[in-house]
Design a protein around this ligand. Structure first.
Ligand SMILES: Cc1cc2nc3c(=O)[nH]c(=O)nc-3n(C[C@H](O)[C@H](O)[C@H](O)COP(=O)(O)O)c2cc1C
Length: 466
């Protein structure tokens, strides 16, 4: 998970160059309303919104969130209401629109292929998010961090202009809750749309085989992601004990049998430490159609990462001073999460200890059955007392980080809390160690000898493909 790192400018640059550029759908409703509150620099969001089918809905959003001159110094962002069950119309509409905007902008001005990447775990926003992306003509949907078993039928139904449903996992409930999104809510019932290809992100043959069995045409291929990849990874399948550094131990049981995968007859792409020309050649040699690369592109100029964080991390990595830790506790989801050990971010124990716990964005909350029969939400990174009052275990709160707030801070959209600005937390794959080999460039005002990121997405593509 990252938020806005693979935003529309990066996806667009990659797509224009003839590859598949992918936008991240994580927290996009918040990303959109925060860009609007920062005055919508360049007018991009409003340019895309002008193409949204319901201009009444657009007017409502602009009236509520757009600040022509941006926020005053120190003014906190107005937040999107915390989502619940059922999703309120405002949340639903903001999510549809935000996904529409991101895909629309990534596709603007060229005929290349654009994908969208959703986290299966972030369930409440999945249906409106997918609909918004499909409405903007997304070509490929990628979903990992969970088992996206219902998504092929959702895409089929949206393409036919029909309502679709998805099961929400509710801890402790006898039956899942059913979520619904109906295009009729936007007056678009029966409007046919192109059905994008669906590529689940898998880290096991069993999961790939299960998804492939869903029926002819349901799944168009796979991304096979290993534990060196940036963001979340699947937990190890064998030994659950941590190594001497407190990190998960991966072993042979975690390796995907690519021959067995190829026997499913669908194309696949390898992700996780595959951002080098050698890894790409190796992937081809092993029968893959190509690679999915995150870390190399996260540090290029078109990435959404704040320039100061990007340059500090890249310099540190090139000097061999920065470690990437696979943190088994940081993510509220319980999945291992890759953390760049950059001073001044939440990875720094002092910064972590100084932050006041709060849950005001709520994307990673777990749904649970409340004693009164309703669906409740809790996050192990919220204040400990609140979490345990909702039936959560105190030991599950240890070391948890508020990824929602931190990852928004990474891309310059961090909240100003009463105690000050939210700290950032960088994620990257183990490939950051190879930063010394990546294209080097010079940012004009960085001074002589200053080694900054300075490379464009196109340079990264040339490095991989030449
Ligand atoms: C900074 C960063 C942000 C990422 N954001 C997302 C995301 O929002 N959604 C997602 O599914 N994957 C995300 N990923 C994972 C990538 O899609 C990709 O699978 C992974 O980075 C590939 O491995 P690599 O990091 O070794 O290149 C992110 C990775 C990085 C490094």
């Amino acid at each position: 998970m990252g938020v806005g790192v693979s935003g529309w400018p990066l996806a667009r640059a990659v797509s224009r160059a003839g590859q598949l550029g992918v936008v991240s759908a994580t927290c996009l409703d918040t990303v959109m309303v925060r860009r609007l509150q920062d005055g919508d620099p360049g007018g991009h969001t409003r340019r895309a919104l002008a193409h949204f089918p319901s201009q009444d809905a657009v007017r409502e959003v602009l009236d509520r969130y757009f600040l022509p001159g941006g926020r005053a110094a120190g003014q906190p962002y107005r937040r999107v209401p915390l989502p619940g069950v059922p999703l309120q119309p405002e949340n639903e509409r903001l999510t549809v629109m935000a996904n529409f905007v991101e895909v629309w902008l990534a596709r603007e001005g060229h005929g290349g292929t654009v994908g969208v990447n959703l986290l299966t775990k972030v369930q409440l926003q999945t249906l409106p998010g997918l609909y918004g992306a499909v409405l903007a003509g997304v070509h490929v949907v990628l979903m990992g961090a969970g088992i996206p078993r219902d998504v092929p039928q959702v895409l089929d139904r949206f393409a036919a202009g029909q309502a679709a449903t998805l099961r929400l996992d509710v801890t402790g409930a006898a039956a899942p809750t059913v979520l619904t999104f109906d295009p009729a809510s936007l007056g678009l019932e029966g409007v046919p749309l192109a059905r994008p290809a669906f590529l689940p992100v898998v880290s096991s043959n069993v999961l790939a085989a299960m998804l492939a069995r869903r029926g002819e045409g349901a799944v168009q291929g796979f991304v096979v992601e290993g534990p060196t990849a940036g963001g979340h990874s699947a937990p190890p399948r064998g030994d659950r004990a941590l190594d001497e550094r407190g990190e998960p131990r991966y072993g042979p049981k975690d390796e995907v049998d690519l021959q067995a995968l190829a026997a499913l007859g669908l194309p696949f792409w390898l992700a996780g430490g595959t951002g080098s020309p050698e890894a790409l050649r190796d992937a081809w040699a092993r029968g893959a159609a190509g690679v999915q690369v995150g870390t190399l592109f996260a540090y290029c100029e078109e990435s959404g990462l704040r320039a100061d964080l990007r340059d500090r991390a890249l310099r540190g990595a090139r000097r061999g001073e920065l470690r990437v830790r696979t943190d088994p506790h940081a993510s509220p989801t319980g999945f291992p999460f890759k953390v760049v050990m950059l001073p001044g971010t939440l990875a720094d124990p002092d910064v972590y200890a100084a932050r006041t716990r709060r849950c005001d964005l709520g994307y990673l909350r777990e749904s649970y059955a409340r004693p009164d029969g309703l669906v409740g939400f809790r996050c192990p990174a919220e204040p400990v007392g609140e979490y345990t009052r909702k039936g959560g275990r105190a030991e599950d709160t240890r070391g948890r980080m508020c990824l929602c707030n931190a990852l928004l801070a990474d891309v310059g959209l961090g909240q100003t809390q009463p105690q000050g600005p939210e700290p950032a937390l960088l994620t990257s794959g183990d490939d950051l160690r190879s930063a010394g080999r990546w294209p080097h460039g010079q940012v004009p005002d960085s001074g002589p000898g200053q080694d900054t990121s300075g490379y464009a997405a196109l340079d990264a593509l040339r490095y991989l493909l030449d």
